[in-house]
Design a protein around this ligand. Sequence first.
Ligand SMILES: *Cc1c(COP(=O)(O)O)cnc(C)c1O
Length: 361
Amino acid sequence: MVKRVHNFCAGPCTLPLSVLKDVQQEFVDFHNAGMSLIEMSHRSKEYDAVHMEAMRLARETFGAPDDFEVLFIQGGATLQFAMVPMNLLKPGQKAGYVNSGSWATGALRDGAHYGELYTAWDGAGEDYMRMPAPAEIALQNDTRYLHVTSNETIGGIRITEWPDLGVPLVADVSSEFMARPIPWKLFDLVYGGIQKNLGPAGMAVVFVRKGALTDANQSIANYLRYDVHADKQSLFNTPPMFAIYMLGKVLAWMQDRGGLAVIEQDAADKAGMLYGVIDASDGFYRCPVNEQNRSHMNVVFRLPDEDLEARFLKEAASADMVNLKGHRSVGGCRASIYNAMPKESVGVLADFMRQFAKQNG
Ligand SMILES: *Cc1c(COP(=O)(O)O)cnc(C)c1O
């Protein structure tokens, strides 16, 4: 028997056990090729089939329309902070950013090297405890796109209402990638690292509207050009073959479970189990964020004091519930419950939380 703990890590994170076993089984000798997939040429017919299937499944699972390109790009979501303005902003144009927390701040800081960016709404004054209502977002003239972070992984908040303000949206969806549907007509680009909901670390998947690429900036290195990746179907250079292969497996697993609608409902149910315990705890647990914006992926909560938090984490770990510590920048506790987190594991945590409150409240 393999030992598996309840792993609430914020990323990389738990993956479906069936996928891990499947990959293990075919890892050394891929489909009787006598070699591993990661030892093959990325131009081989075996790899090509894996690559194209992952791309097809990414489009299908997320419901991306035909006028969007699906791109596999290394460098994680972080490289996209720079690539988005590099590719999309022309001289004289600006981009607005909703600053909703740590990751939005990162996108704004990196992107500002490559174009004129401004903060269209800033949550810093309220400790990033909520997302803005669309009407609060202040757009300036000549705004090419509005960048939003759909789920702040550290703060534990999510956008509930997408801003439909007449300017195309660009979203970093890393920490709720394919956990909710996207209203594509509002978007020019959607990106995320795959290591939170969809696979191992090593790449981002970018969905970009074809029309946004026709006059994209071409005065940058080839690897940084979306149009180059699109022309070559993400085989411009050696792609991160293992990550793409794993992505395809996880997407097939999602499809088997019923696809995005089922995954979205599961996410709401799992999050509801934990928020339910918090709300019923008579103030023993406290979720610091605005109730409307509570994340379905990263459930953040505090206990009455830091000593109790330390004890909570220690006792949880001895019961095989690991990685529940909040990000070092904010403290407290955080349960990350991405797509592959089984409902049973969330149930185990909910029971533990109830028990711990009873004993220590
Ligand atoms: C994790 C995360 C990132 C950074 O992703 P990398 O793939 O490590 O670059 C960016 N944005 C959000 C919202 C994240 O959760």
